[in-house]
Every structure is written in structure tokens, then in C-alpha cells.
Write a protein that binds this ligand. Structure first.
Ligand SMILES: Cc1cc2nc3c(=O)[nH]c(=O)nc-3n(C[C@H](O)[C@H](O)[C@H](O)COP(=O)(O)OP(=O)(O)OC[C@H]3O[C@@H](n4cnc5c(N)ncnc54)[C@H](O)[C@@H]3O)c2cc1C
Length: 511
């Protein structure tokens, strides 16, 4: 079998990669050793940034209509509210999806794999990746299906095969970090509780740390936390064993009716120190794993795939040199490093049983967090961070700003999101978009100059200079070159052939 891209692993990351490559018309094969998509809930929350990707793919209505909005985030100790944030209002001016949405991993996988089925590009289930050989211009992978081994030849491989990644091991990538001492439990439960069924609750206690996350079905909650230490050495621990400790830590009126899934595992926080080597790329859990604090795991895998695939598409179509692929590592590695630190600090603060941290947490940390969460600025920042809409690639090689006014956004940022008159709805094609903001449309000569100088597919979007732009510092003509993943590549005051040539030459996109 021959293809342009072989995707190994059809979890959320691999499925997003396949869907993105399909959008760009790139030939791919996606394989997974399992017999079908995940049936367990696993990750629960999808962030605004992920729903924005679904919106670009025409799938956001299905996600939102089949998900459940998490209304508030609550910090509890001993059943007392230490801080409460109404999530629905948090990101109000920042995204149409200004909330956290429960839309479980199995639903994401079903949505993405059904889209592939409908397009005749189904996952090859029960196909196990074994090993590879890399050549100058291709990679060959040995794959096993129903006891038979055969070769798939591809120009590139994306390893999305999860935390144990055989590809990462085979290529001997480092995977530095550590393993938390405490064991961790997760349970999907049906319960009756005084708190209703749409609040996210985090409650660090003396014996353990417990969090409740609403799932999409009524009265169904994910209960997760650290295993009380007295069960550390016990085999076959059940949810019944820890139920009373969980209730004690939460100190809430809860009646657990059913347990649909219960699992205990060790948590790791590790990341590679580079995402790619030659013709091989890693994405999602194969490149970084961390605690579920902040619900970032699945979302980060989706963003990795989204960042990589338009670059692969341009290189495969001959629209960009191979060096564009280096920017995948350049842009995603800092995020992975930051994420590991962010989730590690949050998790350690909430779950540590160290006496000093416990006292600090109780006397200062939690009351302070409660006070800070009342501040509008902090709440907005928290939403920006958790929803992943605030991350910028502004220090990286594709981003360049030659404009003169002081703007409220920079090259490398996510394109500004306006709730009214949302330009994102015009940025849905698998192409670069040239957003021209001006009192008159861009002249035909300037547009032709742009098109002829740029190697990739380019679509012109006109928008008048109106109040929404004024509020971001735009008062005169402005040109914004938007990448296919809706991050800003280049900003200029207008069409300047020489400046544009220099920029496109530098990033390898000059015709
Ligand atoms: C119990 C549990 C609870 C979790 N809860 C949360 C949560 O609340 N929030 C959160 O953000 N994250 C959570 N996560 C993490 C989240 O599930 C992962 O971050 C996410 O699944 C990563 O997606 P992925 O596609 O990169 O990898 P995976 O989902 O692991 O997918 C990898 C795929 O590769 C396939 N594969 C592996 N080896 C091979 C091979 N040799 N050949 C072919 N195919 C192969 C596997 O079958 C699998 O389908 C949880 C994880 C677990 C295990």
C-alpha cells in the first residue's frame, strides 16, 4: 500500500489529523490496533479553541447540541465554597463558545471517525503498527492485520499512538519528566446530589483530593482524585471501598446510584524534547502526558494535529519547502513544556499530602484563590488559559508584523474573534486568507500582486474599518494574512511589494 501520510493511532489526535488532511485533499491512511473507537468516556471537556476548530469544519453545532455546558467552577473545602466562577460569563467577549463544554472523548472520536466514514476514508481498525524503515524520500512501516504482516509506504508518518508510543521508543526520543507518587482513580457515576449536575468541583481534603466533572448524561458525573493512601497496597480496590472517603472529602449530600466505569492508575508528567525527526512526527499523548488538571490532554492533541496538517499539506502540494515543517516543533514544543508545568503545579498544589503544602493550601492558598477568582481580570485570564484561546505563536518564525500603529493583537496570535459579525465564519476554507480592512476594497492590482507572489491557496476577505476594529487599535487600512489554522502570519499597513517579498521569501512561501 502507498500513501502520502500514514497516521498511526485513531484516538482524538489521529482522527483530527486524518480529518484535517482530508480537508486539504491529501492522501492518507489511518490505522489503529483496536477494533473501533473508544467506548469509555476518558477525557470529558472540550475547550473553546477545540470547538472553534469544529466550527471551521462545520461540526460545532453537533458538538454543542450533544454536549453539556459546565455552568460554574467551584473550589470547595469541607463542603464550603471557597471560590466560585460562573463559567458561562467568563469568555463572553472572547469566543462564541465562551464556556467549558462536557463532550466526552468517545463522542469526539465518534464524530471524527463518522466524518471519515462518510467521505470513504475510514480508519483501518485492527491494524497494528510494528516498525519502520526511513529512507531519504519515504518511510516504510510494517503493519499486522489478522496475523498477516505487510508494508505501507508513505512520504511521512504521524505517530498518534498514545502515551506508550512504539514509534517514540523505536526512534529513541527522550521522554523526560516523572511519575506522581500517589495513585489516581477515575469513576463515571450516576448520582443524586444537592449540587445539581452541571458544576465542576475541585475539593482538596486531608485524606485525598477529589474533583467532580459533569458528563453529558443527566446526573452522570466523573469523580476523580488521588487514591486514599490506605488503599495504596490493596489489590482490586473498588469504588465502594473509597466511596466514604470521597464523600468525607467533599462533605456534600451525595447519593451514588451507579458506577459505570472505575479505574486506578499511576499518573505521569513527561514530554519529548522534540516533536519530529526526519519524516516522522509525534502528536498528542505520544509526545506529552500530564495530569488531567485543567482538562487539557485531549484538547492539546487536537491542536497538535491542527497545527501540523496544513503545513504537511502545503509541503506535499509543493507550495512550501520542507523547512516549514520545522515550525511544528518550534510552535508546539513551548506549549507542551508550559502545559506540563501548569498542570504539574496545579495538581501538586491541590493533591499534595505534604504537611507544609496542606497548611499553606488551607490557610492561604485556597482563601487567596477564592479572592482572586472574584476579580474580573483574573477570571478572564483564567478562561483564556484553560480554553487555550490565549496561546500565541508570536515569537516564532512564521509571525511578522510590519504595521505602524499600536494594535491590541500581534502576528502569531489567534485571529481576533468577534461575537457580532464573526469573521471566523469566512475563514473556513483549507487555505490562507488575506483579510483586508479598509474603507475601499483592495485594488485589483494589489490583490493580483499578492496572489502572484504567494505560493499557497489564498482567499480575499474584505472587512470595513468599523468600531470593532477601532477598539483593537485599527483606524487605517490594514492587511492581515491568516494561516489555515486561523493564527495570524503577517500584518502590514497595506500592500507593499518589497516588504511582502521579503517576508514570503523568509518563510519560504514566495512564488
Ligand atoms: C482513564 C483516563 C482518563 C482520562 N481523563 C482525562 C480527562 O478528564 N481530561 C483530559 O484532558 N484527558 C484525560 N485523559 C487523557 C486523554 O484521554 C488523552 O490525552 C487523549 O486520549 C490523547 O489522545 P491521543 O489520540 O493522543 O492518544 P490515545 O487516545 O491514547 O490514542 C492512541 C491510539 O493509538 C492506538 N495505538 C496504540 N499503539 C498502536 C499500534 N502499535 N498500532 C496501531 N495503533 C496503535 C490506540 O489503540 C489508540 O486508539 C484520560 C486518560 C485516561 C486513560
Amino acid at each position: 500500500m502507498n500513501t502520502d501520510v500514514l497516521i498511526v493511532g485513531a484516538g482524538p489526535t489521529g482522527l483530527m489529523a486524518a480529518n484535517q488532511l482530508e480537508r486539504f485533499g491529501i492522501d492518507f491512511i489511518i490505522i489503529d490496533s483496536k477494533s473501533g473507537p473508544t467506548v469509555e468516556s476518558r477525557a470529558i471537556l472540550v475547550t473553546s479553541r477545540s470547538i472553534e476548530i469544529y466550527q471551521q469544519m462545520g461540526l460545532s453545532d453537533q458538538v454543542v447540541n450533544n454536549g453539556k455546558k459546565v455552568t460554574s467552577f467551584n473550589l470547595f473545602t469541607n463542603g464550603k465554597v471557597r471560590g466560585e466562577v460562573q463559567i458561562g460569563e467568563l469568555g463572553k467577549e472572547q469566543s462564541e463558545f465562551s464556556y467549558l463544554l462536557a463532550f466526552e472523548q468517545f463522542k469526539n472520536e465518534k464524530l471524527l471517525s463518522e466524518r471519515l466514514d462518510n467521505l470513504g476514508k475510514s480508519v483501518l481498525w485492527e491494524h497494528e503498527y510494528l516498525k519502520m524503515l526511513e529512507y531519504e524520500n519515504k518511510v516504510t512501516a510494517m503493519v499486522r492485520h489478522q496475523g498477516e504482516e505487510f508494508v505501507i509506504e508513505a512520504k511521512y508518518i504521524i505517530g498518534c499512538e498514545g502515551a506508550k508510543s512504539p514509534i517514540r521508543h523505536e526512534l529513541d526520543f527522550s521522554f523526560r519528566g516523572g511519575t506522581y507518587e500517589q495513585k489516581f482513580f477515575v469513576a463515571d457515576t450516576v448520582m443524586e446530589a444537592e449540587i445539581g449536575s452541571d458544576k465542576l468541583i475541585v475539593s482538596p481534603g486531608k485524606e485525598n483530593f477529589v474533583a467532580l466533572m459533569p458528563e453529558t448524561n443527566a446526573h452522570t458525573y466523573r469523580v476523580l482524585g488521588t487514591l486514599p493512601s490506605k488503599f495504596n497496597k490493596k489489590d482490586d480496590v473498588t469504588f465502594n471501598d473509597i466511596k466514604e472517603t470521597v464523600k468525607k472529602t467533599l462533605n456534600l449530600q451525595i447519593d451514588f446510584k451507579e458506577v459505570n466505569w472505575f479505574s486506578i492508575y499511576k499518573l505521569h508528567h513527561r514530554a519529548v524534547d522534540h516533536f519530529s525527526e526526519g519524516r516522522v512526527f509525534l502528536a498528542g499523548d505520544s509526545a506529552h502526558i500530564h495530569s488531567p488538571a485543567g482538562g487539557q490532554g485531549m484538547n492539546t492533541g487536537l491542536q497538535d494535529a491542527y497545527n501540523l496538517c496544513w503545513k504537511l499539506a502545503m509541503v506535499l502540494k509543493g507550495q512550501a519547502p520542507e523547512r516549514l515543517l520545522r515550525t511544528y516543533n518550534e510552535e508546539r514544543m513551548p506549549f507542551a513544556k508550559w502545559l506540563l508545568k501548569f498542570t504539574d503545579r496545579g495538581f501538586t498544589f491541590m493533591s499534595s499530602r505534604n504537611i507544609f503544602i496542606r497548611v499553606f493550601r488551607k490557610l492561604f492558598g485556597l482563601p487567596m484563590a477564592g479572592i482572586l477568582m472574584k476579580r474580573e481580570k483574573i477570571r478572564k485570564l483564567a478562561f483564556k488559559t484553560v480554553s487555550q484561546i490565549g496561546w500565541s505563536y508570536n515569537e516564532h518564525s512564521i509571525a511578522e508584523d510590519t504595521s505602524t500603529p499600536e494594535l491590541e493583537f500581534y502576528a502569531g496570535d489567534r485571529f481576533p474573534y468577534f461575537i457580532q459579525d464573526n469573521l471566523y465564519l469566512k475563514l473556513t476554507e483549507p487555505a490562507f486568507h488575506l483579510v483586508h480592512i479598509g474603507t475601499n476594497p483592495l485594488s485589483e492590482a494589489d490583490w493580483n500582486g499578492f496572489k502572484e507572489t504567494f505560493t499557497g491557496d489564498l482567499i480575499l476577505v474584505e472587512d470595513p474599518i468599523i468600531e470593532k476594529w477601532n477598539s483593537l487599535g485599527v483606524t487605517n487600512e490594514l492587511i492581515i494574512l491568516v494561516r489555515p489554522d486561523n493564527y495570524i502570519a503577517y500584518i502590514a499597513d497595506g500592500y507593499d511589494q518589497q516588504q511582502l517579498n521579503e517576508y514570503l521569501k523568509k518563510v519560504g512561501l514566495k512564488a
